[in-house]
Structure formats: structure tokens, C-alpha cells
Write a protein that binds this ligand. Structure first.
Ligand SMILES: Nc1ncnc2c1ncn2[C@@H]1O[C@H](COP(=O)(O)OP(=O)(O)OP(=O)(O)O)[C@@H](O)[C@H]1O
Length: 612
């Protein structure tokens, strides 16, 4: 029975005994009237409570709930398409505000262009255009590359299907990993403007170019191609992607401009052109004419494989023996290591055991044996760091500072995945400390270089240092505090290198800190790829890299402080040298020429008095 109905009945005086039933007969009309009023009030209170409860107001009685049965629940249970999921959860992909959405879309397209050019062995030249869209608050982004292009059959799946890509299943150093990025950007455009994505592709100089217009059928996670036609395109081979979307364009630390500038720093082999919504053009010319060294795809390292994955691999393998399986499917396992693992596993497993018939219990022992067996670290020809020299060149090209240092750590391993950390430092605004020692031993004020640089990259002297984080050469602009890189910086003792550092915070000073991780699988904290997960191995390497650069910085700051003290002392003495000259002239009866020569000599002695 409906609980509400019971209450109403009771209030109306029917059903179970109430106050009225207990009242003696012949009670006065006034009392009856009061009773009637009380009943009416009670009923009205209940109605109000019901309404309030429906509105969710505090203090209201809870509204009665309709109970679901397994059958009624079953009627609502159905598969969720990955596109529907990410439409609702677009913040997971970096589309949570118009400002960030614009940046994410540009980033996905540029990262893809860079990956494609490098895979194709082509020096990348990329053009990014952002122009106002058809309505206020809309923008049209276009990213064009000179990469290998995309073949006709693949265009639909790449741009109209989430979780489709060429990089997820291989362990190699690429910017993209998940197979979500560009389709998600197109989906966001479609969601906010209703417009399809436009793609131009020319897969090879001799091939004909084609134009496509497509959108995603989000319920089925499938492409809907509206237009597919051969066109004349005045462009060599390559791809052009155009997406109209709701967005906000703004310059600043987390802007498209900053992402592109940082991309140019970390990719010295890239020539990049950018046209902003106001029509202003910026170009970053490459300062390296060689592509980064080619990296090899690797197999998983046994120490990075979890039990569930091992069981799946055993089921899926085509190898006919356990020995073959261990050697074929993993890196760093030869015949000797395979034998050691199998011997340590016991459970009747032999080198000849048939992998697909290995039961869960045996797999468990095999997994234990793998973790106990000493296996050499994964090979490192699968990762390509930027290199100390190019990190320095990139910083010098784009940031006007007093002092630069860089360091590339040797490769290390987290969860079986090789990675390498690089650190760069640009310290001091030239107009800040601004003193230098000339070859002749003089200390002079530095002249501003006058380079066209981003002024706001170097922090002010009383601000926390600016951090530039990169993962496989991609700038990470959001979620700085959640990132393993920031944790590594905070855990480093900057006081010993001459900087101030509040407890548990970034150091303070006019400095840019660049940290790059190169890896076959970058452990991001979410699908939007904004922060690195805090693996202790990664934090440790970040700290070691920072310490290497920090020591050089410490020496520079100490020298700078000495220079400053000396400069002040010399300036003070220098003021009195002409007076000393005059006094000497009077005492020693010198000619004017002799006096000037003495003054010059005294100045020389002063300036060459100390070596730094
Ligand atoms: N400009 C391009 N030129 C050539 N191939 C491309 C281009 N853009 C995308 N692709 C291909 O499309 C695939 C899917 O791209 P998408 O951005 O969706 O995912 P991803 O780059 O693999 O991973 P992530 O989701 O981490 O970015 C890529 O793996 C690549 O093979």
C-alpha cells in the first residue's frame, strides 16, 4: 500500500483510531470546530511537506520512493558507447571550459601532425590558424601539416570513432597514446556547433587530394561521412583538419600561444606558423635540421607485466612452448633467463609447457618467478631525449636570461617501462642581476639582447619559478600541482643552490625550469594527459636531474653575488681615483699628462685586482 495514502486516510479521520475517536460524545461545537481546523492544518502541513520534500527542502519528510525490481532495472540496463561516455565526461579529455577546449583541440591536432611527420621521416612544417567562427564565442581551428597524409579508408575511423589509433598497442615514444584525441576534438565541435569536421588529405605527392566532411554517431561510436570528394589542393602531401567549436581565445600562461611557443622549444626540428583570430602571424623557424633519432618499438619488459596481463598474453600467444613465449613476447628474455624463470616457477611447468593450457594457479607461480628473477633493464634505443645541447639551444632561442644549464639523465625504468628525464634552467632577467666579467677583468652591466622573446616566461625575482613540463616533447599546461614533476621540484632543496624556498612549495626566483620526460608509455593521471602520475622512480630521476642543474646554478649565483659585491666596492673606489690623481700631482709635482697616466694605472690595478 502507498504510505502516503495511509497518512491521508488517518488525517481525514478514517481507518485507525485518532484523537477524535477518543473524544467524549457531546463536546462543544467550538471544540469540534477547533478539531476541524486542526485536521485541516495537519492535512495542509502534510501537503506542504510533500511539496517541500519533492523540492528537496530541509526538514521535509522524505518522499516515498518507487522501488525497482530486478526486471524493471534490467529494462534500463544497456551498453554505453565510448563516445556517449566521453560526451558526458568531456572534462576527462580536457574539454571542460571554452578556454581549455580550444587549447586541447589545437594540441591534439598538432601532436598528431608531429607524430605523423616523424613516423614518415619528414621534417615537420605545421600551420595553425584560429579564426572567428560564424557566431560570437565560436572559433574555427585549422591545423595543416606536411606529413604522410591519411589514406581514404582510414579517415572515417580516425576522425569519427573514439579509441581508434595506431599508437595504443605498441610501446614506442609517441606524443599520442590512446586513440581518442582528434576524434574527441571533432566530437566537441559537433556538440557545441552542430558542424562536422572538415579534413583534407593527400597521402603522397603523386596522390590526389580528397576532401571529407564527417561527424560521429555518438550512440554507436561510428563515423557518418557526409562528403567525400577528390579536390585540387595546392599543397604537397599532408593533412589539414578544420573544426569549428565553442571556445575562448586568450593570451597568457595557459594559452594556445604559450603551448605553441613551448612546442617550438621542445621540438627544435619543427617550423611552426601561427595565425591568431586577429590575423596576427608568428613563425618559429626550426633550429635543427635533423629529425630526432628514430626510436624502436619494444616489447613489454617482464617486470612491468601484472598477473592479469600475463594470463591474457598466455591465452593470446601463438607460441607453442613456454620457453618460446617468454623469449618472443617479452624484451630482455633469452634462453638462459627463460630457463631460470621456469625453474623458479615449479608447479610442474617446463620449458615445453603449452602456454595456452597454463592454468591460473600456474600462471600465478610463473608471475612470482618472473618478479624474483634478475632480468636486465629494458633497452633504451626506444627513447629519444631532446639532448642537453638542444634543450639549451631551445631555451636560449626563446628565453632571454642570464644563465642557462641543462642535463639529460641516463635512462631509468618504472613498472617495466623505460623513461628518461631531462632538465633545463634559464635563470635571471638580464636587466635584473645583469653583471658580467669582461675578458679584460672589468665588471660591466649586461646589455639587453633585444631578442624577440616571451617576457613572461621568466618569473619575477619575488615569484615562484615558472615550470615548463613536457612529456614526449608535448607541453603540459594544466594540473601542475598534481604532477610528479612539480613534486620532484618541491622535494629538491633549492636553498643549497642560493634560492629561497618556502616549505613544501616551489622555489622563488627569476627562473624557468624545464623538465621533460621521454618514455614509451607516459603515465598520465587522466585521459586529458595533463599531469604525470607520481611513480617514485620518476620523482627520483626528476630530482637527480634538477640537482645536476642546481649545482651549476648554485655556482653561478654565488659568483654573481661575488661580482655584485666587487662591482659595488670598485665603483666606490673608482669615484675617488681622480681625486687621488690630483693629490698626487700636487705632492709629487706631476705634469697633467703624468697625472692622467697615474689615474689610468690606478684604475687598471683596481680592475685587475681579483680573478673570478
Ligand atoms: N595529421 C595526421 N597525419 C597522419 N595520421 C594521423 C594524423 N592525425 C591522426 N592520425 C592517425 O590517427 C590516429 C588517431 O589519432 P588520435 O589523435 O585520435 O589518437 P592518438 O594520437 O593515437 O592518441 P591520443 O588519443 O593519445 O592523442 C593516430 O594514431 C594516427 O595513426
Amino acid at each position: 500500500m502507498n504510505a502516503d495514502a495511509t497518512n491521508t486516510d488517518t488525517a481525514a479521520g478514517g481507518g485507525s483510531p485518532t484523537l477524535f475517536d477518543l473524544e467524549p460524545a457531546g463536546a462543544s461545537a467550538e471544540v469540534t470546530d477547533q478539531r476541524t481546523q486542526a485536521v485541516a492544518k495537519k492535512a495542509s502541513t502534510k501537503k506542504t511537506a510533500k511539496k517541500a520534500s519533492a523540492k528537496g527542502e530541509k526538514g521535509a519528510e522524505p518522499a516515498p520512493r518507487k522501488r525497482a525490481s530486478a526486471e524493471s532495472m534490467a529494462a534500463n540496463q544497456r551498453e554505453i558507447s565510448v563516445s556517449e561516455f566521453f560526451t558526458k565526461n568531456r572534462h576527462l579529455l580536457g574539454f571542460d571550459s571554452p578556454l581549455k577546449a580550444l587549447l586541447t583541440a589545437v594540441k591534439e591536432a598538432v601532436d598528431n601532425s608531429l607524430d605523423a611527420c616523424e613516423e614518415g621521416g619528414i621534417l615537420p612544417e605545421i600551420t595553425v590558424e584560429i579564426s572567428p567562427g560564424e557566431q560570437e564565442g565560436r572559433f574555427r581551428i585549422a591545423v595543416e601539416d606536411n606529413g604522410p597524409g591519411i589514406v581514404r579508408d582510414q579517415v572515417g575511423k580516425i576522425f569519427g570513432k573514439l579509441l581508434y589509433g595506431s599508437k595504443f598497442h605498441k610501446l614506442s615514444q609517441t606524443r599520442g597514446q590512446q586513440g581518442i584525441g582528434i576524434a574527441a576534438a571533432g566530437m566537441y565541435g559537433q556538440l557545441t556547433t552542430g558542424k562536422p569536421v572538415r579534413i583534407l588529405s593527400r597521402p603522397g605527392k603523386r596522390a590526389k587530394a580528397r576532401e571529407f566532411l564527417l561527424s560521429i554517431d555518438t550512440a554507436r561510436n561510428k563515423p557518418e561521412i557526409h562528403h567525400d570528394e577528390e579536390i585540387e589542393w595546392d599543397h604537397g602531401q599532408g593533412t589539414r583538419v578544420e573544426i569549428e567549436m565553442e571556445g575562448r581565445y586568450q593570451k597568457g600562461q595557459r594559452s594556445v600561444d604559450m603551448y605553441l611557443k613551448q612546442t617550438a622549444i621542445a621540438n627544435p626540428h619543427l617550423t611552426l606558423h601561427f595565425v591568431d583570430p586577429g590575423g596576427e602571424k608568428v613563425s618559429y623557424e626550426r633550429n635543427a635540421n635533423e629529425l630526432p633519432p628514430e626510436t624502436l618499438e619494444i616489447k613489454p619488459h617482464p617486470h612491468g607485466v601484472e598477473l592479469g596481463m600475463l594470463i591474457s598474453m598466455l591465452k593470446a600467444t601463438e607460441c607453442k612452448s613456454l620457453s618460446g613465449f617468454l623469449q618472443e613476447e617479452f624484451s630482455r628474455v633469452g634462453a638462459t633467463v627463460a630457463k631460470k624463470i621456469v625453474d623458479a616457477a615449479g608447479k610442474g611447468l617446463t620449458l615445453k609447457s603449452y602456454p595456452t593450457r597454463i592454468a591460473r594457479e600456474e600462471a600465478n607461480e610463473l608471475h612470482r618467478a618472473i618478479s624474483e628473477t634478475k632480468i636486465s633493464n629494458p633497452s633504451t634505443d626506444c627513447i629519444a631525449p631532446i639532448g642537453e645541447e638542444l634543450v639549451l639551444a631551445g631555451l636560449k632561442k626563446e628565453i632571454d636570461a642570464d644563465f642557462y644549464a641543462s642535463s639529460t639523465r641516463p635512462p631509468a625504468v618504472y613498472r617495466g617501462n623505460p623513461f628518461q628525464i631531462e632538465v633545463g634552467i634559464a635563470y635571471g632577467k638580464p636587466e635584473g642581476i645583469g653583471l658580467e666579467l669582461t675578458e679584460g677583468g672589468r665588471i660591466r652591466k649586461k646589455v639587453k639582447s633585444g631578442k624577440d622573446v616571451v617576457e613572461d616566461l621568466v618569473a619575477d625575482a619575488d615569484e615562484p619559478v615558472r615550470v615548463l613540463r613536457f612529456a614526449n616533447r608535448v607541453p603540459l599546461l594544466y594540473q601542475q600541482s598534481a604532477c610528479a614533476v612539480t613534486k620532484g621540484i618541491i622535494q629538491t632543496n633549492w636553498k643549497s643552490y642560493g634560492l629561497t624556498q618556502p616549505r613544501g612549495a616551489l622555489p622563488i626566483g627569476p627562473m624557468v625550469l624545464l623538465v621533460h620526460i621521454a618514455s614509451v608509455w607516459v603515465p598520465f593521471t587522466s585521459e586529458s594527459k595533463e599531469a604525470l602520475a607520481a611513480y617514485p622512480e620518476i620523482i627520483k630521476e626528476v630530482k637527480l636531474g634538477l640537482q645536476e642543474c642546481g649545482r651549476k646554478l648554485g655556482a653561478y649565483i654565488r659568483k654573481g653575488k661575488r661580482l655584485k659585491r666587487e662591482f659595488e666596492k670598485r665603483s666606490y673606489i673608482e669615484k675617488y681615483i681622480p681625486h687621488i690623481g690630483l693629490a698626487l700631482q700636487e705632492i709629487l709635482d706631476l705634469t697633467d699628462a703624468e697625472r692622467d697616466a697615474t689615474v689610468e694605472e690606478l684604475e687598471d690595478v683596481l680592475h685587475k685586482s681579483r680573478k673570478f
